[in-house]
Design a protein around this ligand. Structure first.
Ligand code: IMP
Ligand code: MG
Length: 188
């Protein structure tokens, strides 16, 4: 049963599963070896469902950690102003190969800021994996910004489900869907 506020399913549960399987295989290949210390950093809250699935499919040794950054307060437009609400508090950051796990890239501001922040903190390496990407929405100064691992590229639509929210709702949907326009028109 599709949720009544969802207009259509953009990526089904089965499609997400095969995307995550592919991403885990790519990550396994790149982080194999005793010289690697893979730390997945989940960007709360949107990436929590993706992170949970991804970490189960990765077979190389992996640690997990969490950060929170402000992006959208509410509504569907990006602010461009990034604040770190929960920072990484690891003493061993110089020995960490960090892989930032993001739900979706829109303007690119959040991820670009976080990569810079973690490099400044002294991480040995910082890479990024995103489930979804909307390259047509990149900020002008980030036109060439791309993640290291890509789930699916989507058009300029507002996606919810599988961790992604609209005003904190729909995160628990097991698929990625597009909201009916009347849902956000009546709520704003
Ligand atoms: P950026 O900084 O503009 O790249 O925005 C990235 C963040 O905005 C993501 O981590 C999401 O939290 C949020 N976001 C961007 N697009 C969507 C969307 O279509 N649905 C839900 N959240 C979104
Ligand atoms: Mg997010």
């Amino acid at each position: 049963m599709i949720h009544p506020d969802i207009e259509s399913i953009l990526i089904s549960t089965e499609e997400i599963d095969s995307i995550v399987t592919r991403l885990a295989a790519e990550i396994d290949r790149d982080y194999a070896g005793d010289d690697k210390n893979l730390v997945l950093v989940c960007i709360l809250k949107g990436s929590v469902v993706f992170m949970g699935d991804l970490m189960k499919k990765i077979t190389v040794p992996v640690q997990i950690d969490f950060m929170k950054a402000s992006s959208y307060g509410s509504g569907t437009t990006s602010s461009g102003n990034i604040n770190i609400l929960l920072d990484l508090k690891r003493k061993d950051i110089a020995d960490c190969d960090i892989l930032i796990v993001e739900d979706i890239i829109d303007s690119g501001n959040t991820l670009n800021f976080l990569i810079d922040h973690l490099m400044r903190k002294g991480a040995r390496s910082v890479k990024t994996v995103t489930l979804l990407d909307k390259p047509s929405r990149r900020a002008p100064h980030l036109k060439d910004f791309n993640p290291d691992y890509h789930g699916a590229i989507i058009d300029d639509v507002f996606a919810v489900g599988f961790g992604l929210d609209y005003n904190e709702k729909y995160r628990a949907l097991p698929y990625i869907g597009i909201l009916k326009p009347e849902v956000y028109h009546t709520e704003q």
